[in-house]
Design a protein around this ligand. Structure first.
Ligand code: PMP
Length: 290
């Protein structure tokens, strides 16, 4: 496997960064997770744009132009001959001193890993996931905006630990006010009486690219989609529930906190959107040339 680091494609065993990198010392950096389907990178421009927004939000100067980052992403996928897989694009603040001051870091580092990923076992895509509500809350925008895809995922890691300790694979995270934000790495949707609802971005949900894709597909399929402030009540009483994310794709949820959602089976509209999502990703995106 070849990994891209600061302009070079190196063997995985040689892919190393400094222990003084503030990405490691302070979680000071940003990232994107991107999928490759059928030799094409799905929504590459949208991911690069979100990376730019994250960089701007944390005053991180990208060491390359957006076009160069896109090209490096394509080149890394091509160098690994990947037709289906997952890209982790990371920009760290770079090596600095042991103090916090990011302005003492020399230069941001760009790292691109192209590999494969399977977030949940296949059986859960067929039968649906059981999830729990965790005690760990999504941070408020008054601290670090939930829109920044930063390297500081400890909050989400703590939520994931709660899920695993409770015997499930995913946790529902509420915001400070108790409204539903999202799961540890996925956005949440529910269906009720044929209408599709998802927590509004301002409730602490990431403006997920899969979320946007599903909202568009749903509208094109004739469904009404509403972004709302949602509590657990709306999930407990929903007909269907599902999660979206680049790595997770679209996965049905059949229970929350051991309470069955709808029929306890993946719902009809969920299945329809999964099929439409799979068809879309197989035929769109930036060709990699492998
Ligand atoms: N929420 C969080 C916290 C995430 O990390 C992700 C994964 N990027 C998502 C939602 C889903 O976003 P996307 O569809 O852009 O992958």
């Amino acid at each position: 496997m070849k990994v891209y680091i600061d302009g070079q494609l190196v063997d995985k065993s040689e892919a190393k960064i400094s222990v003084f990198d503030h990405g490691l010392l302070y979680g000071d950096g940003i990232f994107e997770g991107i999928r490759i389907y059928n030799g094409r990178i799905f929504e590459l421009d949208a991911h690069i744009k979100r990376l730019e927004d994250s960089a701007r939000a944390i005053c991180l100067e990208l060491p390359m132009s957006l076009e160069e980052i896109s090209q490096a992403t394509v080149d890394t996928v091509a160098a690994n001959g990947l037709r289906d897989g997952y890209i982790r694009l990371v920009v760290t603040r770079g090596a600095g001193g042991l103090g916090l001051n990011p302005y003492l870091c020399e230069k941001a580092s760009v790292i691109i890993i192209a590999d494969t990923i399977k977030l949940y076992p296949e059986e859960f895509y067929q039968n649906g996931l059981d999830i729990i509500t965790c005690a760990t809350r999504r941070p408020t925008p008054a601290s670090l905006s939930p829109q920044v895809k930063s390297l500081n995922y400890l909050n989400n890691v703590m939520a994931k630990i709660e899920a695993i300790q409770a015997g499930t694979l995913e946790a529902l995270m509420l915001n400070e006010q108790g409204y539903v934000a999202e799961c540890t790495g996925d956005n949440v949707f529910v269906v009720r009486d044929g209408v599709i609802f998802t927590p509004s971005i301002s409730a602490g949900a990431l403006d997920g690219i899969t979320r946007r894709t599903i909202m568009k597909l749903a509208v094109e399929s004739g469904y009404e989609v509403r972004e709302v402030y949602m509590s657990r009540y709306e999930i407990f009483t929903a007909d269907e529930c599902f999660l979206t994310g680049t790595a997770a794709e679209v996965i049905p949820v059949v229970s929350l906190d051991k309470r069955t959602i709808g029929s306890g089976q993946p719902g009809e509209i969920t299945r329809e959107l999964i099929a439409k999502y799979r068809a879309l990703v197989a035929e769109s995106g930036t060709p990699v040339g492998v």
